[in-house]
Design a protein around this ligand. Structure first.
Ligand code: AMP
Length: 179
């Protein structure tokens, strides 16, 4: 893809993120990326761009359930590294470590397999949306608790007005789009 067509595809991708008002609760503007995922040109450009920003800098990509999986898996393949799932409580079959945290709308708990990453590995944490930053911060904490290093956090869309970035001082954070 040329630079121009890549940037056109990224513009198109941004335009394909739709906001669903008052979902899942009144007052929340939910950023729905399903139209973007359904468009191969837009989806491909997003994956390429999110991967290229970290080429050579990571050994593992950790995706956050559920929309984070959809981005993290192709990013991992594009970078030639493995994918590790970070899941909601009770979903992983092997021994896990977990952490609880607060969301823009409620609370949640996430888990990782204790042997998902090795101590010497640099982990890129991937999710679709950075809102209050609780999920990404909790994932970074989990990665470090299982003994690996957080190379950084990569999100498709940062909701700047929620200042999630401030929950992760000192972390490398890249956002493809920001509103
Ligand atoms: P937070 O922990 O507040 O940064 O929330 C981030 C997580 O919740 C991500 O896994 C997002 O998929 C989801 N999320 C939170 N707020 C929104 C939103 N307004 N639109 C779409 N997803 C959201």
């Amino acid at each position: 893809m040329t630079d121009t067509s890549a940037s056109e595809a990224l513009d198109r991708a941004f335009g394909l993120i739709r906001e669903i008002r008052d979902y899942p609760k009144p007052g929340i503007g939910f950023k729905d990326i399903t139209p973007l995922l359904a468009d191969p040109l837009a989806f491909g450009a997003v994956v390429d761009s999110m991967a290229e920003a970290w080429r050579g800098q990571v050994d593992v990509v950790a995706g956050i359930e559920a929309r984070g999986f959809v981005l993290a898996a192709p990013i991992a393949l594009a970078l030639g590294v493995g994918f590790v799932p970070v899941r909601k409580s009770g979903k992983l079959p092997h021994e896990t470590l977990g952490v609880e945290y607060s969301l823009e709308y409620g609370t949640a708990a996430i888990e990782m397999h204790v042997d998902a990453v090795r101590p010497d590995q640099r982990v890129l944490v991937v999710d679709d949306v950075l809102a209050t930053g609780g999920t990404a911060a909790a994932t970074c904490e989990l990665v470090e608790r299982v003994g690996a290093r957080v190379a950084g956090v990569s999100v498709l869309l940062e909701l700047g007005f929620l200042a999630g970035r401030d929950r992760m001082p000192g972390r490398e954070l890249s956002a493809l789009f920001r509103v």
